[in-house]
Ligand binder design. Structure first.
Ligand code: BES
Ligand code: MN
Ligand code: ZN
Length: 487
């Protein structure tokens, strides 16, 4: 998609869809700025009759016949003083989606403060997200007129904001496409192929390790998780080498379980569906490094994925097994369904050896996190409040909700102690997201600023909401990419 500022002299009546993002006001005062003449009068009457007041999440679609115009659509973005980025993103989405679903191609948008970069970014993000569909495995219905909108123009927009927003949302869409692919299509080897394709296309360095190399590199925890599957594990490392000297080195680690059956501690059927999404952290990390390359960030960025399929095959690892991770720590297994943290243990140990300025991992790690925060907010854990706060602040703008959870409870920490090994791979149900984070911390280098994002359930949209359709959300891709742009 292309998002541009409306050229001078071009009449808005040349567009099929006119979208207006409106701040909260009395219906008489709702901004109808770009509209003129009879259309304006007609829309004002509709706004008053319908009592449209610009509340966030509300919209009004008004059929109009004037030049090329098919409809005018207003979307509320709340009060002026609110930080309105999320409702702007959603409003732009709704308008462009409404156009796309009718097959209309010419869309013009009006939004307050569109000349500001952040605002234009949100508009572009919403517009790009509106084209998203994962329909490659379906026949198109006869009455389905959906057509992706290729061009959106904005009255008085900010070009830099448009191009950034477009890249960020496209990288989110890239992450969603990958995460939506089922386990029979994407296994660890295929995920590694995808990473290689990405490297090829965007000038990244790529290194893939097969199972022999994984064993030789002492990744005993990660390797054990992959053993129960016919599809062997792969260790994936992508690097973005900035032009000139790197300002910082940031490592992103994504959980890449291409399917999580639970292993020998097999999941009940109801919990096993959506587990193709257990690679969502990896997908978000790939999306973020893709954005870093396109936007030419001045930092060295490394993306690490320990990709495996958690299956209960004959060679599967067992409860009671004791594994040795790359950093030498031994792990007693008490649940083979707590596999993500084992793959991350070796990935984080490896990441720490690179001595980067920061490590951020993102993982669909625990159902307990979803129980604590719901499925719309992800948990944030950190050993470094400055880095944690930076990411929390960014997430306020990206709309990817994060909430910080504590890691300082010594009694909870006792739960990952084992009588037979240095640590055990799962604690009790209570505080399960926290004990998982504490487990990960055992594998992070002592002085390295580290943030762990638990995106369990936030990775998957059960019912359409906001600018999301059903399926993978791509949660985290925009926030991580923004971190790379701003840190
Ligand atoms: N991949 C799951 C976590 C998950 C649950 C992601 C729901 C998305 C939605 C993870 O590997 C897992 O199975 N965790 C267990 C840990 C337990 C065995 C300690 C869980 O949360 O039940
Ligand atoms: Mn699991
Ligand atoms: Zn899992």
């Amino acid at each position: 998609m292309n998002v541009k500022t409306l050229e001078e002299g071009v009449k808005i009546e040349a567009y099929e869809v006119i979208g207006i993002l409106a701040h909260e006001a009395e219906p008489e005062n709702i901004s109808l700025d770009p509209l003129r003449g009879e259309t304006r009068d007609f829309c004002r009457r509709c706004v008053v009759n319908e009592n449209f007041r610009g509340k966030p999440g509300t919209s009004l679609k008004i059929p109009v016949a004037d030049g090329a115009v098919k409809f005018v659509m207003l979307c509320g973005i709340g009060k002026c003083e609110d930080s309105a980025e999320e409702s702007v993103r959603e409003g732009a989405f709704r308008i462009v989606r409404a156009a796309a679903s009718k097959g209309y191609e010419k869309v013009v948008l009006q939004a307050p403060k569109a000349n500001e970069k952040v605002r234009s970014r949100s508009i572009a993000e919403g517009a790009v997200l509106a084209n998203y569909r994962f329909d490659k495995y379906m026949k198109k219905e006869a009455d389905d007129k959906f057509k992706a909108v290729e061009n959106v123009v904005v009255i008085e927009g900010n070009e830099e904001g448009f191009s950034e927003g477009k890249v960020l949302a496209e990288c989110q869409a890239y992450a969603r496409d990958l995460a939506n692919e089922p386990g029979n299509v994407i296994n660890p080897e295929v995920l590694a192929d995808k990473a290689e394709e990405l490297a090829e296309a965007f000038g990244l360095e790529c290194e893939i390790w097969d199972e022999e190399k994984i064993v030789a590199e002492n990744m005993g925890a990660f390797y054990a998780v992959g053993r129960g599957s016919e599809n062997p594990p792969r260790f994936i490392r992508l690097t973005w080498p900035p032009k000139g000297e790197a300002k910082k080195h940031i490592v992103l680690v994504g959980k890449g379980i291409t399917f999580d059956s639970g292993g020998l501690d097999i999941k009940p059927a109801d919990y096993m569906t959506t587990m193709k999404g257990d690679k969502s952290g990896a997908c978000a990390v790939l999306g973020a490094i893709r954005a870093a390359a396109i936007l030419n960030v001045p930092h060295k960025v490394t993306a690490i994925i320990a990709a495996a399929e958690n299956m209960p095959g004959g060679a599967a690892y067992r409860p009671d097994d004791i594994l040795t991770a790359r950093n030498g720590k031994t792990i007693e297994i008490n649940n083979t369904d707590a596999e993500g943290r084992l793959t991350l243990a070796d990935a984080l140990a490896f990441a720490s050896e690179l001595q980067p300025d920061a490590i951020v991992d993102i993982a669909t790690l625990t159902g307990a996190c979803a129980v604590a925060l719901g499925s719309y907010t992800a948990g944030l854990f950190t050993n470094n409040d400055a880095l944690g706060d930076k990411i929390l602040e960014i997430s306020k703008r990206t709309g990817e909700r994060l909430w910080k959870l504590p890691m300082d409870d010594p009694n909870l920490r006792k739960q990952i102690k084992s009588p037979f090994a240095d640590t055990v791979n799962s604690g009790s149900r209570y505080g399960g997201a926290i004990t998982a984070a504490m487990f990960l911390e055992e594998f992070v280098g002592k002085d390295i600023p580290w943030v762990h994002l638990d995106i369990a359930a936030a990775d998957f949209i059960k019912e359409p909401r906001g600018y999301y359709v059903k399926g993978a959300s791509g949660f985290g891709a925009r926030t991580l990419a923004s971190l790379l742009m701003e840190c």
